[in-house]
Design a protein around this ligand. Structure first.
Ligand code: PEP
Length: 257
């Protein structure tokens, strides 16, 4: 059976409420048309989640992803949002450890591990999308593999998954995000194999060699399909997902034979 391609549209801290609704409505017909081949999870900013959730009810292939969450389910944590709250709203996914949070909010591997532990301890299901990737300096020092391995090992330390629980890994080299300089699909294909191996080992080699691995970093409609052909399960896209024309083009090209 052909796998269903997974596409996450990260709208970051962009788009007004009106723009968010217009974009979500605008891509809905394309999502419906290609829904047998792919699933789109939209990651709008927190105040826009409910608007996107309302529109997403028109297709099971349009899902909603939060851009972050905290590592406790409730308490005196002003400004934070719990995984339980997001799941209750209807979010299916949540980004964890996006490099922009690691850079600007100083999120550490230990914080990321606590977020994953909190998510996997809950009864309601929300799927974490764990973002990993090396910086330019780390790449230049030849440390890419070491860094990805270390990030995955630290994030998954002490975590066990029930059979119903899922994990998505987004490999996003920091140097490729928003830079217009993507990793080549072939390089990504080799990384995806290694990442599946690391994840499998982190879970004691048991049944997780099939984890969903996405590529992110300057993906465009012209390049998106190549990352799937190279062995990825889909893509996480920022800039090119934030306009109707390029977002619908991404969906169409991802679904090309
Ligand atoms: C991202 O936001 O994770 C991302 C990959 O952005 P861009 O596609 O703009 O590089």
């Amino acid at each position: 059976m052909k796998k269903n391609i997974f596409f996450i549209a990260n709208w970051k801290m962009n788009l007004s409420a009106q723009q968010t609704r217009a974009l979500t409505n605008g891509i809905m017909p394309t999502v419906k048309k290609y829904g047998n081949l792919m699933t789109l999870a939209i990651a709008p900013s927190f105040p826009m989640l409910q608007d996107v959730l309302n529109i997403s009810r028109r297709s099971v292939r349009m899902q909603v992803c939060a851009q972050d969450c905290f590592w406790e389910q409730s308490g005196a944590y002003t400004g934070e949002v719990s995984p339980d709250m997001l799941a209750e709203m209807g979010c299916t996914h949540v980004l964890i450890g996006h490099s922009e949070r690691r850079i600007y909010l100083h999120e550490t591997d230990a914080m990321i591990q606590k977020k994953l532990a909190c998510i996997f301890a809950m009864k309601k299901n929300i799927i974490p999308v764990l973002c990993v990737g090396e910086t330019t300096r780390q790449k230049k020092a030849g440390r890419s593999e070491e860094i990805i391995h270390a990030q995955l090992t630290a994030a998954l330390a002490g975590i066990t998954l029930k059979s119903s629980q899922k994990l998505v890994i987004a490999y996003e080299p920091v140097w490729a995000i928003g830079s217009g300089i993507p990793m080549t699909p072939d390089e990504f294909g080799a990384c995806a194999v290694r990442i599946r191996g690391y994840v499998s080992r982190a879970f004691g080699g048991q049944g997780r060699a099939d984890s969903v691995v996405l590529y992110g970093g300057s993906v465009t409609p012209e390049t998106a399909r190549a990352y799937v052909s190279a062995g990825g399960d889909g893509v996480l896209v920022g800039g090119a997902s934030q306009r109707i024309d390029s977002c619908t083009a991404l969906i169409r090209t991802l679904c090309m034979k």
